[in-house]
Design a protein around this ligand. Structure first.
Ligand SMILES: [Zn+2]
Length: 247
């Protein structure tokens, strides 16, 4: 009798402790989620109201989706983010407002989502729609293991966008002139991020992870800075020319 009463008492105590821990955990999760959503929302609304030239920088992939990987294990996900961060700093130095779709290595998908890739891409679209940017720049890396000699930057733009074509052509031309041994034409691309909104959008494949020399360069902060400098310079010059009705 005594033992079972004691056990019952202990069990009730343990159950109520578990309930308290679960409740506390739920309150913490909800609070963190609310603060994150609200602060992101306030930041996005400020950008959406501003009349400053605004760019959404989208670092491709994230979380378990590492994008392309090199033979030595370099993942596109991480280099994309490093270039996107360098690009954000470059634009901010030119008084361009910047909103990043992701700032960590994580995906934007909810941990509870059943289709994380779809959820991640939807969240990116929602950010663009809320910011209403003048330009979306998505940063990616290429991979072509069947011919490791292929290298160089390639710029794509959304099919329906005249402005997108101007920005993409400007970025591509800036690189073709840079002395980096690149000679390509900007092309239309069939990418979700380019076509998911009405805003001008370009996608920059910054180089080939399958080319060992280029992979080595892409990993260095110096080359990431060079890429950022050329992309930002081309965009800012094009924007000034568009405003002045030159292009
Ligand atoms: Zn990619």
């Amino acid at each position: 009798m005594y033992r079972s009463f004691e056990n019952g008492k202990k069990r009730r105590k343990r159950d109520s402790l578990i309930k308290e821990i679960v409740l506390l955990f739920a309150v913490c999760v909800i609070s963190i989620a609310a603060v994150t959503v609200l602060s992101a929302d306030v930041a996005l609304r400020i950008y959406a109201r501003s009349n400053v030239f605004t760019v959404v920088i989208d670092a491709g992939h994230g979380g378990k989706d590492k994008g392309a990987s090199s033979k030595s294990g370099t993942s596109e996900r991480d280099i994309n983010l490093a270039i996107a961060n360098a690009l954000a700093r470059e634009f901010e130095a030119h008084q361009v407002a910047v909103v990043m779709t992701r700032q960590t290595e994580d995906s934007l998908a909810s941990p509870f989502s059943l289709n994380k890739k779809k959820d991640d891409m939807n969240k990116r679209r929602q950010i663009i729609e809320r910011v209403k940017p003048d330009l979306v720049i998505s940063i990616h890396l290429n991979n072509f293991p069947s011919d490791t000699s292929v290298r160089g930057l390639q710029c794509f733009y959304d099919k329906s966008g005249e402005l997108s074509q101007k920005y993409a052509t400007a970025v591509q031309t800036e690189f073709n002139k840079s002395g980096l041994d690149i000679n390509r034409k900007a092309k239309t691309g069939d990418y979700y991020i380019l076509d998911c909104t009405e805003y001008p959008s370009i996608l920059v494949e910054c180089g080939f992870l399958s080319n060992p020399a280029e992979e080595g360069l892409l990993k260095t902060p110096e080359y990431q800075h060079i890429l950022a400098y050329y992309i930002a310079s081309a965009v800012v010059k094009t924007q000034l020319n568009i405003n002045a009705n030159i292009v």
